[in-house]
Design a protein around this ligand. Structure first.
Ligand SMILES: NC(=O)c1ccc[n+]([C@@H]2O[C@H](COP(=O)([O-])OP(=O)(O)OC[C@H]3O[C@@H](n4cnc5c(N)ncnc54)[C@H](O)[C@@H]3O)[C@@H](O)[C@H]2O)c1
Length: 261
C-alpha cells in the first residue's frame, strides 16, 4: 500500500524525545526515510533502531541544534544516506519553570538558543537541500505558550511566540521555492518534558505532572478532558507534511483538546 510520505526524506530534531520519536516512527511507517537528530545520540539511535526493526528506513545523528556546523554534518549525512531533505521538524526545546523574577539570564539564553536559534539555524541549513529536492515542508513545534503564554517562564513565552514569527518569515521567504512552513501547537502532552527531570527541562514535585495537583490543573483546563499523547501531535505533523496540506503555509495548527480557547 502506498504511504502518505513515500519518497520523502525527513530530518527530525529532538528525534530521540517523546514527540520527535513519535513523528519519526509515524513518518517512517508512511514511507519516509528519517534522520532522528538529537543532542542525546543514544536516544536517537534507539528510535532509528526501532524503525529499522519495523522495516523502515532511518539513521540517527548527533545534533546540538545551536551549532551551525553540526547542522551541516546532519544534512550531509542525511543526503548521503537518502538523498535531498524534503521535511524538517524542529522539535528541540527547553524550559525552566520559574517566575519572571527568578528566571536567570543564562536560562533565558538556553531557552531562546535551543528553541528559536536552533530552528533558525536548521531552516538555513536545510533549505538548500529542499531546493535540490524541488519542494519542502518545515514544521515548527509551538505550544500553548504561542497562544496564551500566561505567567511563568518569560523566555518560554518569548521563544514560542517568536516561533510564530519565524514560521511566517520562512513561509513568506520560501513559498516561491515550493517550501511551506507551518507551526503545530500542542496543549499539554504527557512526555518527560513536563513529567521528568532532564537538563533541558527540569521538573521537581512542584512542577511535574507526577504531582496530581499539576496534572489535574492541566486536565481541568482541557475541555476534551485528557492530556495529548505524542501520537496525537505526530498525526498533525504528518498531515501538515503531506500534499493534503499543499495550500497551508504560515499557519498554526492547534492540537490542544481545546485548552487554548
Ligand atoms: N510536553 C508538552 O506538554 C509540550 C507542549 C507543547 C510544546 N512542547 C514542546 O515540544 C518539544 C519537544 O518536547 P517533548 O515533549 O517531546 O519532550 P522531550 O523532552 O521528550 O524531547 C525533547 C528532546 O529534545 C532534545 N534536545 C534538548 N536540547 C537539544 C539540543 N540543544 N539539540 C538537539 N536536541 C535537543 C532532548 O534530548 C529530547 O530528546 C519542545 O519544543 C517543547 O517545548 C511540549
Amino acid at each position: 500500500m502506498a504511504g502518505r510520505l513515500d519518497g520523502k526524506v525527513a530530518v527530525i530534531t529532538g528525534g530521540g524525545g517523546a514527540m520527535g520519536g513519535a513523528q519519526a516512527r509515524l513518518f517512517a511507517s508512511e514511507g519516509a526515510a528519517v534522520c532522528a537528530a538529537d543532542v542525546n545520540l543514544e536516544a536517537a539511535e534507539k528510535v532509528a533502531a526501532e524503525i529499522e526493526e519495523s522495516s523502515g528506513r532511518a539513521i540517527a545523528a548527533q545534533l546540538d541544534v545551536r551549532e551551525a556546523g553540526q547542522w551541516q554534518e546532519v544534512v550531509a549525512a542525511t543526503e548521503e544516506a537518502f538523498g535531498p531533505v524534503s521535511v524538517l521538524c524542529n522539535n528541540a526545546g527547553a524550559n525552566f519553570r520559574v517566575s519572571f523574577d527568578e528566571q536567570t539570564e543564562e536560562q533565558w539564553h538556553t531557552i531562546m538558543e535551543i528553541g528559536l536559534t536552533g530552528a533558525f539555524l536548521g531552516i538555513k541549513a536545510i533549505v538548500p537541500s529542499m531546493r535540490k529536492a524541488g519542494s519542502g515542508v518545515i514544521l515548527n513545534m509551538g505550544s500553548l505558550a504561542a497562544i496564551r503564554p500566561g505567567g511563568g517562564s518569560p523566555a518560554y513565552a518569548a521563544q514560542k511566540m517568536g516561533m510564530i514569527g519565524l514560521t511566517r518569515s520562512a513561509a513568506h521567504s520560501y513559498a516561491r521555492d515550493n517550501i511551506r512552513c507551518v507551526i503545530v501547537s500542542p496543549g499539554h502532552v504527557d512526555t518527560p518534558f513536563i513529567r521528568g527531570n532532564n537538563p533541558h527541562s527540569p521538573n521537581d514535585w512542584s512542577t511535574s505532572i507526577d504531582n496530581p495537583d499539576n496534572l489535574n490543573r492541566r486536565l481541568d483546563a482541557t475541555p476534551l478532558g485528557r492530556l495529548q499523547t505524542p501520537e496525537d501531535i505526530a498525526s498533525a505533523f504528518l498531515f501538515a507534511a503531506t500534499d493534503e496540506a499543499a495550500m497551508i503555509t504560515g499557519s498554526m495548527i492547534t492540537v490542544d483538546g481545546g485548552a487554548g480557547m
